[in-house]
Design a protein around this ligand. Structure first.
Ligand code: NCD
Length: 309
């Protein structure tokens, strides 16, 4: 298992053994992520964050992770204030950033952008979300959360709800869960269904897959309810968005017949798909899930920089 110098572009580039190893190191990082233990593991290293799309958690949890490990961060900032505005290509931007830092996190609006960037960078590129493609580091923190809360992933029933067509977090998580032997149910309006090619790939792995529009019924047998935002910004036509916005709403009442141990996850930000009253239930783990981004990203940074094995 070699992580040093490695890019993190697609969750499919990692075996289950490799993912387990990352999660194990992440677990060790928790006290440092909480600020209870100090570390200088990444002293002298620089991370650059290059975000072409809005972000709160991904960018800041990477930043927190790097700072907690004694490293430093340079942020590309608002794209409109950079030479991208003058027409500089992504390839040139990345080449330059790779000469200013030791590792790069990139978020871009085009699927495939992170893969392309990695070809132009001498330093590891971590995909912080490429359009409607993938979001592998989110998937690792999602898996960390599921294992932490439920112990195991195999044979667990994960119900995905929301925007499964454009949702990159749902795409990469579905791939990973399938490798770990989970059972998956997809709940979405027809127009936001999980892409066919992903379903085919999951079936090829032998994953049990169910599709339904009946959320209430799916919730009753769920171990995890993975809620996603209907992403207004991805719709080519605002009228299409209006047709589906607000169709699924997670309320106390919906969870009445859920298993006691069932967890509700969400990559966040939420808009109105989970009502605030759910926050006070035992099921809600989304804020803890967001925290888990810090230790998981610490583990990834330490591994790709060769400071952990
Ligand atoms: C998600 C994203 O950007 O894909 N957020 C995140 O990284 N936690 C989900 C979203 O924007 O809805």
């Amino acid at each position: 298992m070699e992580f040093k110098g490695r890019d993190v572009i697609s969750i499919n580039d990692f075996s289950t053994a490799e993912i387990e190893h990352i999660l194990k190191i992440a677990k060790e990082m928790v006290p440092i992520a909480q600020g209870k233990k100090k570390s200088n593991l990444l002293d002298g290293y620089i991370l650059s964050t290059v975000f072409f799309e809005p972000s709160t958690r991904t960018r800041l949890s990477f930043e927190s992770a790097m700072n907690r490990l004694g490293g430093r961060v340079i942020d590309f900032g608002d794209v409109k204030k950079t030479s991208v505005k003058k027409g500089e290509t992504l390839a040139d931007t990345i080449k330059m950033m790779s000469s200013y830092s030791d590792v790069i996190v990139l978020r871009h609006s085009s699927e495939g952008a992170a893969r392309m960037a990695s070809e132009f960078s001498d330093r590891p590129v971590l995909n912080g979300g490429d359009g409607t493609g993938q979001h592998p580091t989110q998937t690792m923190l999602d898996l960390f959360t599921i294992k932490d809360k439920l112990g195991a992933i195999k044979n667990r029933h994960i119900v995905f709800v929301g925007d499964l067509k454009y949702g990159r977090t749902a795409h990469s998580l579905a791939y990973a869960l399938s490798k770990f032997g989970a059972k998956l149910t997809f709940v979405s309006p027809q127009s936001l269904a999980m892409p066919k090619e992903i379903i085919q790939a999951l079936k090829k792995e032998g994953t049990a897959i169910d599709k339904t529009q009946d959320l209430q019924k799916a919730v009753e047998t769920a171990d995890v309810l993975y809620v996603t935002r209907i992403q207004k910004e991805r719709f080519p036509d605002p009228a299409e968005y209006r047709k589906v916005s607000g169709v699924y709403k997670i309320t106390d009442k919906l969870l009445e017949n859920a298993k006691k141990m069932m967890i509700v996850m969400h990559p966040l930000p939420r808009v109105d798909e989970i009502s605030p009253e759910v926050d006070c239930t035992e099921h809600a783990v989304y804020f803890e899930q967001a925290f888990n981004g810090v230790p998981v990203r610490m583990a990834l940074l330490a591994l790709v920089l060769g400071k952990r094995r």
